[in-house]
Design a binder for this molecule. Structure first.
Ligand code: GDP
Ligand code: MG
Length: 160
């Protein structure tokens, strides 16, 4: 299971859709507290299907990231083998990204940084902006255009 986390509007759901290649197939909501977690299966690499969990987005409005959205994101992180921390390459690093980063580090889960929306951007400039996060693996993608998806899968699948 791979979990997608990050603040709202960075493109988590777009990436989820690119990986599951479907707008709604296999996506279902669980009742109750987990209603913002969406599950799907990535079958883009033959013989290596894996589960994917999209989350509602950490807004930081809840004190200490402890509100309902944080709870479901935390649950997703806890059940994940690998977390994809999605950020917005157009907006660059934000304070909220930094607090999510700290929160992820505390979780102890293995995670990669996925820099989305790199279409039309100077890749080197974007990646160097996020280098200070000190994450071992940074993967640029443009989920809306399916760009970077094969490279992302090359990194993710060996981890599962
Ligand atoms: P989420 O809140 O993190 O799930 O973000 P969404 O997947 O709903 O996307 C938020 C916005 O970013 C939407 O308007 C998307 O069309 C846009 N978006 C997502 N991926 C890309 C991308 O690769 N490039 C660009 N330019 N926009 C994107
Ligand atoms: Mg979403």
């Amino acid at each position: 299971m791979v979990a997608l986390v990050g603040r709202p509007n960075v493109g988590k759901s777009t990436l989820f859709n690119a990986l599951t290649r479907s707008r709604d197939a296999l996506v279902h909501d669980e009742p109750g507290v987990t209603r913002d977690r969406h599950y799907g299966i990535c079958r883009l690499v033959e013989d290596h299907p894996f589960g994917l969990c999209d989350t509602g987005g950490l807004s930081g409005e809840e004190e200490g990231l402890a509100g309902a959205t944080a709870r479901q994101s935390r649950a997703a992180v806890e059940e994940a083998d690998l977390v994809l921390f999605v950020v917005d390459g157009r907006e660059g690093p934000s304070a909220l990204d930094e607090s999510i980063l700290a929160w992820l580090r505390k979780s102890g889960r293995r995670f990669f940084l996925v820099v989305n929306k790199v279409d039309g951007l100077d890749l080197q400039a974007v990646l160097s902006e996020f280098a200070r996060f000190g994450v071992e693996k940074i993967i640029p993608v443009a989920a809306a255009h399916q760009r970077g998806v094969p490279e992302l899968l090359d990194e993710v699948i060996p981890e599962l």
